[in-house]
Design a protein around this ligand. Structure first.
Ligand code: CA
Length: 561
């Protein structure tokens, strides 16, 4: 049941012919994109073979609630880390009612790229974002014409909403006319002068433009300007104040970051209640609920302050768990629990901002026994908690222990809808339906690719994990630009079965594995996809060695913080 490629596409063709074929593929794809945008009924296409490989089943349309924590570690939930010291009864209850994934990964170890992967089913590094994340005023990241899972579901009659932290960019109107950075092709984290932005005019190309009927939340991470709530395409008020919530920036005067999680939770609960009747009458709901916690600013409300007996981060995780409980209770009240697919995941690993020494002093380890944290190429960066509850489909108390990607969500939805995705959509997404239906010996992926904050690449196939950088690729030791890595090998190879903590770099003992995985990664990049299907074009030129080479130099100057 592995997703396998059936042809390499461009290895034997002349460049001109390859370009012509690509152009033809793009034209077909554009035609498909137009049909989706116009809301035309789905029709046959070349199959997404990942979905085609799945045994046929009658299409279903469950309600979907996707709760995405922000920077929650694998070891922060008790159901994955029994030795954890933070009580997470609601997430544990969700897991007990469904399936827990013990080897699930975000495609990246930071926020923006992981979200791109979840909503598009395409590896983040194929987008224009070479590294790092977007900021609050960054232009939209999801490419025009690219199909998202929200559009897919909307096309099948879903009510769709995004409530919470967007962090995928949107186009901000300028007082002088036009939009900031609409045509910016690079350097997406360069900030504009906020005084030039017209906050009273509609924002373009936000969540509403990629399939969400309704949006309420914030543009960037909870500690990034502008500190202001946005409803659909309008700011709620004007950011005439300056406030500090971990970082300093312009703010709407009444905005309080401590209120971000309670307010979005309240709105999510309201949304479920308000739309339950329509959901029961044939318009299922898709609520994408990306939380603002436990990302910085770590601001638990007074009701949770001190509750963990550990530190503020642990209190904040308890509040996050309570949010999960409120959503589950809303589904119960609305009579939707039995007809709803609930996903709980995190976009990347725990951040060192959680105050790791304080947590360790109480015996709590947010990355469990994995190496590293948020931003890193090590598993602590991208191996995340994933729980799926779907009564009647997913067995209670089940688990899946093979590699899974959050990017698999879109192909999974297409599969249970009975939809065949266009060739230029969800290129790296594999349906999880066989596993969800109980075939837990199924191996969904031949290999997975990971990406760190500095743009370093890693690929894992079976027990072997290859990292194309000398250090962490993120914030842990050896940190690029901070720690001298010149005495380290330029690459790392770990045996994740014998050495799950990624301590013994065995690249020199297994050159054949290094060569095989490198070749596979190069093929994945060149093909523009990892699922079977016609070659697709990446949104930028990709050099899998660039970040690692940059990190493998003597440190000559202090890095930016
Ligand atoms: Ca995050």
């Amino acid at each position: 049941m592995r997703a396998r490629r059936t042809s390499s596409g461009n290895s034997f063709r002349s460049p001109r012919l390859a370009d012509a074929l690509l152009l033809a593929a793009i034209c077909i794809a554009a035609s498909w994109a137009g049909r989706w945008a116009a809301g035309a009924p789905p029709a046959g296409s070349d199959a997404n073979a990942a979905a085609a490989a799945i045994p046929a089943a009658a299409p279903v349309r469950p309600n979907i609630v996707y709760i995405l924590a922000d920077d929650l570690g694998y070891g922060d939930v008790k159901c994955l880390n029994p030795e954890g010291k933070i009580a997470t009864p609601n997430i544990d209850r969700l897991a007990a009612g469904g399936m827990i994934f013990t080897d699930a990964h975000a495609c990246s170890s930071v926020c923006t790229p992981s979200r791109y992967g979840i909503l598009t089913g395409r590896y983040n590094w194929r987008s224009r974002l070479e590294k790092a994340t977007l900021e609050g005023f960054s232009p939209r990241l999801i490419e025009p014409g690219r199909l998202t899972v929200a559009q897919l579901l909307k096309h099948h009659g879903y009510q769709t909403a995004c409530i919470g932290k967007w962090h995928l960019g949107m186009d901000w109107p300028l007082k002088a006319g036009g939009f900031y950075g609409r045509d910016a092709a690079s350097d997406p984290i360069t900030e504009p002068d906020p005084s030039k932005i017209d906050f009273a005019r509609p924002i373009a190309n936000g969540p509403n433009s990629v399939g969400f009927d309704y949006f309420f939340g914030i543009s960037p991470a909870a500690d990034m300007r502008p500190f202001i709530f946005i409803e659909n395409d309008h700011c709620q008020g004007l950011p005439t104040a300056v406030k500090t919530f971990f970082r300093t920036g312009i703010a709407e005067p009444s905005y309080d970051a401590m209120n971000a999680l309670p307010e979005t939770t309240r709105r999510a609960v309201e949304y479920i209640g308000r739309n339950a009747a329509k959901a029961k009458q044939g318009q299922p709901l898709f609520l994408y609920f990306p939380l603002t916690a436990p990302h910085t600013p770590i601001l638990p409300t007074p009701a949770f302050q001190g509750k963990s007996g550990i530190n503020a981060y642990a209190d904040f995780v308890m509040q996050l768990d309570d949010t999960v409980g409120q959503v589950l209770a809303a589904l119960d009240r609305a009579g939707l629990a039995d007809s709803t697919l609930v996903v709980f995941a995190s976009d990347n690993g725990c951040s060192p901002k959680a105050n790791l020494p304080e947590l360790a002093a109480k015996g709590h380890f947010p990355s469990y026994h994995f190496r590293g944290y948020k931003a890193d190429i090590y598993d602590g960066g991208h191996r995340i908690p994933l729980v799926v509850r779907w009564p009647g489909t997913v067995s209670r108390g089940s688990h899946y222990d093979e590699l899974t990607s959050l990017d698999d969500f879109m192909a999974t939805c297409a599969d249970f809808l009975g939809e065949k995705l266009p060739d230029n959509a969800a290129e790296d997404s594999v349906s999880m339906m066989p596993v969800l239906r109980g075939a837990t010996a199924t191996q969904l992926h031949d290999a997975l690719v990971y990406h760190s904050i500095d743009g370093s690449f890693s690929i894992q196939q079976g027990n072997w994990k290859l990292e194309l950088c000398p250090g962490s690729g993120g914030w842990s030791f050896p940190k690029p630009g901070v720690d001298d890595t010149t005495k380290l090998p330029p690459i790392q190879l770990y045996d994740m079965t014998a050495d799950v903590g990624e301590r013994a770099n065995v690249h020199d003992k297994h050159p054949e594995v290094v060569a095989r995985l490198t070749k596979l990664l190069e093929k994945y990049v060149a093909d523009g996809r990892t699922t079977p299907g016609p070659v697709q074009r990446n949104s930028r030129e990709i050099d899998i060695w660039k970040a690692g080479k940059q990190a493998h130099k003597p440190v000559t100057e202090p890095p930016p913080d």
